[in-house]
Ligand binder design. Structure first.
Ligand code: CA
Length: 346
């Protein structure tokens, strides 16, 4: 397999041929010599579906191992599509951080690495860094578009949204925005990341390719509704790109709603400064005004103490929340999106 230079040669091996027409299920094998398996590899599932010329999309799920809509929807998609259904190429990594997916944890149990802080990766790094390096150097050059399906995991829950970032490149921004709207999630969002370093998102965007993410549900499980949003969204994207024919199924009603929220308001992310029992006072999807209560934290050690109330700092909508019933100092508490863009809600 080719790489940028001899000293950055990937140790990842696969029997999948990305140029071959048809559908292939295979693995990305990464050497992992360990006590339990001296000459072992860790096998990351991959599916390649190709039918002639056309756009290439990379679909990823399980970037974090406790987020389930992506792996479920993408495995179903991979099984259901045949190459005759499409034009171009679909590469599916339904469990981007496979060891984390198999252990139901956010980060890899093998190297402790958060896959979405491991990009662009290292050819001689840890297992997760090697996988990231392979995606960056071998898969990304093949792709026009990358769609990464996330969820809240065990510690967060979202009103399901698809999201893009603010980009300097206006053409790329416009293409990303069209894809965002095509996905047709209940909420379309321009997301400001707390920490964008090391993310797949950033690597794809810096390469000049279109990147779309989604945050669907959470709480460390998936629901019928949340999986349906992921499945419908991915098929909407494939139709938008011309990989699936426009006639194949109907677009979701939400795809016709062109309003876009954002998280650019100062204080959109609320974090807890207190430890205790966590009570939401405004549920996901609820509209709030500046100063409205969003949640409160009750002391576990002093039941007679007045709970600490956390308030929205601006007009907006609650689209993310801390999930567990207990909260600690420094934990993410809530995300309040606003509609400041022209043409959206007044
Ligand atoms: Ca995630």
């Amino acid at each position: 397999m080719s790489s940028a230079s001899a000293n950055s040669r990937s140790t990842v091996a696969t029997q999948c041929d990305y140029e071959r027409n048809g559908k292939q299920f295979g693995y990305l094998d990464i050497p992992s010599s360990r006590n339990e398996s001296a000459w072992g590899v860790v096998r990351f599932p991959v599916c390649v579906i190709r039918n002639g010329d056309g756009p290439t999309v990379l679909l990823t799920g399980g970037n974090h191992g406790d987020e389930y809509e992506g792996p479920i929807a993408l495995q179903k998609l991979a099984r259901s599509l045949s190459s005759e259904d499409i034009r171009g190429r679909i590469i599916i990594l339904s469990a981007l951080n496979y060891p984390a997916v198999t252990s139901g944890t956010r980060v890899s149990p093998i190297d402790g690495v958060n896959m979405n802080r491991a990009f662009p990766g290292k050819c001689d790094g840890t297992l997760s860094q090697r996988l990231a390096h392979y995606v960056t150097t071998e898969l990304l050059p093949l792709c026009d578009v990358v769609v990464d399906l996330h969820s809240g995991g065990k510690t967060m829950q979202f009103q399901p949204f698809a999201c893009i970032h603010k980009l300097d490149d206006e053409v790329l921004q416009a293409r990303s925005r069209e894809l965002l709207l095509a996905f047709g999630a209940p909420v379309s969002l321009v997301l400001d990341e707390i920490d964008s370093g090391g993310m797949l998102d950033t690597t794809v965007e810096e390469s000049g390719k279109v990147f779309l993410a989604a945050e669907i549900g959470g709480g460390g499980t998936a629901t019928a509704a949340s999986v349906a949003i992921a499945e419908r969204g991915v098929r909407n994207v494939l139709r938008h790109l011309g990989i699936l024919s426009a006639a194949s199924g109907s677009r979701s009603a939400a795809a016709s709603d062109r309003s876009v929220l954002d998280t650019s308001a100062p204080g959109a992310y609320l974090h807890s400064n207190h430890e205790g029992l966590f009570e939401m006072l405004a549920d996901l999807g609820q509209e709030v005004r500046a100063g409205d209560p969003v949640a409160q934290v009750h002391s576990l050690t002093e039941p007679d103490a007045t709970p600490v109330v956390y308030r929205s700092r601006h007009d907006g909508r609650v689209i993310g929340r801390h999930f567990p019933g207990l909260i600690k100092q420094g934990d993410f508490l809530a995300l309040i999106a606003s509609s400041t863009e022209a043409g959206s809600r007044q």
